[in-house]
Ligand binder design. Structure first.
Ligand SMILES: [Zn+2]
Length: 283
């Protein structure tokens, strides 16, 4: 069984050991909508199996939140559904359709920086019949936003500013105060440096806070409530505020003198991530 958020919204827990993100489900009177297609055929099949135990309306739509492999490589399993992406994710998926998943070619994915070496084994293990695997085309491409009615249940799809990727889509279910964020609120790794884009941070938080959400589903955390999100935003905002140079000791000293305390474990990671962003921008 999937985890219940409200009477109409559910999620399958993320599994970090297999690099599986959380997957979402929204049910209307007539149809259901799935958020993210899973990192592989096996992940998608596990989700579909859990969903079938629940007797929900048929899945008419699958929304891919962004063009990272772990969120879309399972999409072929949703054969009868309309797969929806924004126009930027569509461009990324276009590149993946020319990829060969044959054992001899898999390493090319690492060379092209589409996946890390560590994730290659997961793809190899979780997609059987890879020799004949070809990623399907999305069925519906939208620009900025799209409203979908599942039968007395509206879902709002919006492309938002994000510190994770430039192609992030979120799904908001206003009746249920549920916001599926994908990975949009996370940082990113660029040239081996983990960073949060400083110039995207405040616009992103402002955009997300416009939604009247009580429950937030994050790709690799599953569910967070408002209080947990506020702690996260405050830690990001305070560490962002004091980071004005590409030097960790300067950022840490500035944090201590501004807030009269040492940064906690999360804040130390965020300080380093903003310092890394300064380093990447100076390169
Ligand atoms: Zn991602």
């Amino acid at each position: 069984m999937l985890n219940k958020i409200t009477n109409a919204t559910y999620y399958l827990l993320n599994d970090d050991t297999k690099e599986r993100p959380a997957l979402g489900l929204v049910c209307g009177d007539d149809y259901s909508l799935v958020i993210d297609a899973g990192n592989s055929s096996k992940h998608a099949q596990d989700f579909i199996k859990q969903m079938k135990l629940m007797n929900v309306p048929p899945v008419k739509y699958v929304v891919i939140t962004h063009g990272h492999w772990d969120h879309f490589l399972g999409m072929n399993e949703f054969e009868d559904a309309i797969v929806i992406v924004n126009h930027l994710t569509d461009q990324i998926l276009h590149k993946w359709r020319s990829v060969s998943f044959h054992d001899d070619d898999l390493h090319k994915l690492v060379d092209a920086m589409m996946v890390s070496e560590k994730h290659l084994q997961i793809i190899a293990d979780e997609i059987p019949k890879r020799e004949s695997f070809n990623l399907q085309c999305p069925d519906l491409v939208f620009q900025e936003s799209l409203k979908i009615d599942l039968g007395n249940k509206v879902c709002m799809l919006e492309t938002i500013t994000s510190t994770h990727t430039d192609d992030s889509t979120i799904v908001y279910v206003p009746d249920d105060n549920v916001l599926f964020l994908g990975d949009s609120a996370y940082g990113a790794t660029t040239r081996s440096l983990f960073h949060y884009k400083q110039d995207h941070l405040i616009p992103m938080i402002e955009e997300i806070q416009k939604y009247d959400a009580k429950y937030f589903i994050l790709g690799h955390e599953s569910i967070c409530d408002q209080e947990e999100m506020n702690v996260y935003w405050n830690e990001l905002l305070s560490t962002n505020q004091v980071t004005t140079s590409p030097f960790m000791d300067e950022a840490t000293n500035s944090f201590i003198s501004t807030f009269k305390r040492e940064p906690n474990q999360h804040e130390t990671i965020f300080l380093q991530a903003f310092v890394n962003d300064q380093i990447l921008r100076k390169r």
